[in-house]
Write a protein that binds this ligand. Structure first.
Ligand code: NDP
Ligand code: HSE
Length: 449
């Protein structure tokens, strides 16, 4: 239940506005996303005011470098002191599109404690500090919106928070990072190089300020934490998510996948799983995954995202759209601005966080999965039988085994049936130790539904 914080000025919170009184907005950041938010707000000012039911006014824009050319942004709105801006009495709503964790965390906690509502696109911050931010919003009776933090223009946060709030969700999975999808798709469809495509994704504004967050899976892991928290009513933080990126994926891996009628996608998978005693857990993981080219996720190209949801009563749902870039992200930010401003004008709050279920987060080793293992092995009698025992010892059953002659050695590709991640990982370690295995070239997980 919400409680009023005694440090908050009586004019703050979501208590409603006098007729005609504008909602004062501070925009923090004027980069790829912030620029488009301001442009669209200006372009659609009248329509937005009708939808909100009252006027809005941008009263400050915080940037790092005030001397940079900012197009049509009036100079008197610009400041490089975001902390002072957000504490002004004429600011009701703070929109954070800076990025990073520590500084925006301080800004947003200060804003919330001062009774300002917050809209942020910052998944890294939400995935690391959701509890603290949600609690501050509750205490001040204001809104905390973050639709743009996951899959940009695709309204997955609202869908989980509102539309599916009455259902029991079993699985949320999909492609939630535009940069890595852009790179993998180009490597697969045109044979373009990883480095060239990363540079292009950065130039197009898809990548994070530090693109390591994209290619190493951290950005998708933040999004997985947010999705799992909302879907399973359980706090899942960034550190709870198993995370493997795409920087080790080679042109050879892509070619091998293609030859087998598959493609490689970086997937976020958030799942409710049960052990033998019926104890339920939440699992959240991000890793490159082999998917059959017939599967709808395989045809998600360029920087597009797609999210699958499986719910008890609703069944299977799929959401597809623009997952990165200035305009798509600004669309989601603007939707949140309308919602938060509406509540400032009329009073009331949007649905917030609810982590009542508090399920344990599963160890990655407990997760059921399937492996595709590509090895170079010694070409002599008995090798296949020897390697098969490593799988059998851990109760792993093999689905297919394919062997190719490679002048002096053999290439062996093994696809397993479903087994526990811990058993599969131990088996790969055992294969690496065997003198019959010259090299384990790649280990990829297969998509299973
Ligand atoms: P950019 O790097 O393009 O822009 C960041 C902005 O923040 C710049 O205007 C910069 O100022 C400003 N800034 C940096 N430090 C400070 C500071 N100390 N005080 C005030 N302003 C500061 O980032 P994006 O617009 O791409 O991303 C912003 C946020 O949106 C991130 O959290 C990102 O994860 C998220 N996001 C981005 C998406 C995308 O496709 N780009 C999609 C979904 C979410 P200056 O202009 O002076 O350099
Ligand atoms: N860097 C992110 C991506 C931006 O590539 O998906 C959208 O969150």
């Amino acid at each position: 239940m919400s409680t009023q914080n005694s440090n908050i000025p009586s004019s703050a919170g979501n208590s409603g506005k006098a007729p005609g009184e504008a909602v004062g907005i501070a925009i923090l950041g004027h980069g790829t996303v912030g620029r488009e938010v301001l442009r669209l707000m200006e372009e659609h000012r009248d329509a937005l005011e009708h939808r909100i039911g009252g006027p809005i006014e941008v009263r400050g824009v915080a940037v790092s470098d005030k001397e940079k050319h900012r197009g049509s942004v009036p100079e008197e709105l610009l400041t490089d002191d975001a902390m002072t801006l957000i504490q002004r009495d004429d600011i009701d709503l703070v929109v954070e599109v800076i990025g990073g964790i520590d500084y925006p965390r301080r800004l947003l906690l200060t804003a919330l404690q001062a009774g300002k509502s917050v809209v942020t696109a910052n998944k890294a911050l939400v995935a690391a500090h959701a509890d603290e931010l949600a609690e501050a919003a509750d205490r001040a009776n204001v809104d905390l919106y973050f639709e743009a933090a996951v899959a940009a223009a695709i309204p997955v946060v609202g869908m989980l928070r509102r539309s599916l709030a009455g259902d029991q969700i079993e699985l949320v999975s999909g492609i939630v990072n535009g940069t890595t999808n852009f790179i993998l798709d180009a490597m697969d469809s045109t044979g373009a190089s990883y480095d060239d495509m990363l540079k292009e994704a950065m130039a197009l504004g898809y990548a994070e300020a530090d693109p390591t967050a994209d290619v190493e899976g951290h950005d998708a892991a933040s999004k997985a934490a947010i999705l799992a928290s909302l879907a399973f009513h359980t706090r899942v933080n960034y550190d709870d998510v198993y995370c493997e990126g795409i920087s080790h994926i080679t042109a050879e891996d892509i070619a091998a996948a293609k030859a087998a009628g598959q493609t490689i996608k970086l997937l976020a998978i958030c799942q409710r799983i049960s052990d033998e005693s019926g104890q339920e857990y939440v699992s959240a993981r991000v890793h490159p995954t082999l998917i059959s080219r017939d599967h709808p996720l395989a045809s998600v190209d360029k920087s597009y995202n797609a999210v699958f949801v499986e719910a008890e009563a609703a069944g299977r749902l799929m959401f597809y759209g623009n997952g990165a870039g200035g305009d798509p992200t600004a669309s989601a930010v603007l939707g949140d601005i309308v919602g938060a401003a509406r509540n400032k004008v009329h009073g009331g709050r949007a649905p917030g966080e609810n982590t009542y279920a508090n399920l344990p987060v599963a160890d990655f080793g407990q997760v059921p999965t399937r492996y595709h293992i590509d090895m170079e092995v010694v070409d002599k009698v008995g090798v296949l039988a020897e390697l098969a025992t490593f799988f059998a010892e851990r109760g792993i059953s093999l689905r297919t085994v394919r062997q190719e002659e490679r002048g002096g050695h053999a290439r062996l590709i093994v696809v397993t049936h479903t087994a526990l991640e811990a058993d599969l990982a131990q088996c790969v370690e055992r294969l690496k130790e065997s003198t019959s295995v010259k090299a384990v070239k790649s280990v990829l997980r297969l998509y299973s539904e």
